[in-house]
Design a protein around this ligand. Structure first.
Ligand code: DQA
Length: 148
């Protein structure tokens, strides 16, 4: 079955609900995981989560995902703007990837307006709050269904 997805989250996203609520809303990371799991159950997707504040751990998680998952949602957080290592690892994944940002990075500071991964992912969602995760799950389910 082509139905296993992983949602990878970068630095500081573990502190959702606590950090800059005006940008990221008030939902906690645990609650966000719960609602993603619920949506995935509904859509008959198997889902796992990874979160790390450490660049190398994210690279490892992306590498390990190659054999285990059919698609990926990634919010690389600040590493979006800095990490060639994460970009290189994503290029090796070779399956659908959605880049996700809770905030609209193009409306924020100049250093956030550059993503090092946008040109190698399948598509992206930004600026729609944490609902973006649910929208990304729906999109991946459609992509995977069409590929079956
Ligand atoms: C973010 C945007 C990044 O610029 C920032 O460093 C984050 C979160 C977002 O989801 O809006 O940590 O990826």
């Amino acid at each position: 079955m082509n139905n296993k997805i992983i949602i990878i989250n970068g630095p500081n996203l573990n502190l959702l609900g606590e950090r800059e609520q005006s940008q990221y809303g008030s939902i906690t990371f645990d609650k966000l995981k719960e609602s993603c799991k619920k949506k995935c159950e509904e859509l008959k997707l198997e889902v796992n989560f990874a979160q790390s504040n450490v660049e190398g751990e994210l690279v490892n998680a992306i590498q390990e995902s190659r054999k285990k998952y059919d698609a990926m949602i990634i919010n690389a957080a600040a590493f979006t703007h800095t990490s060639i290592a994460i970009r290189d690892a994503l290029e090796l994944f070779k399956k659908p990837i959605i880049e996700l940002h809770i905030s609209n990075i193009y409306k924020r500071e100049e250093f956030r307006q550059k993503s090092l991964i946008s040109d190698i992912v399948t598509g992206g969602i930004f600026g729609l709050g944490t609902d973006g995760y649910i929208l990304a799950i729906i999109s991946l389910q459609k992509l995977l269904k069409n590929e079956n």
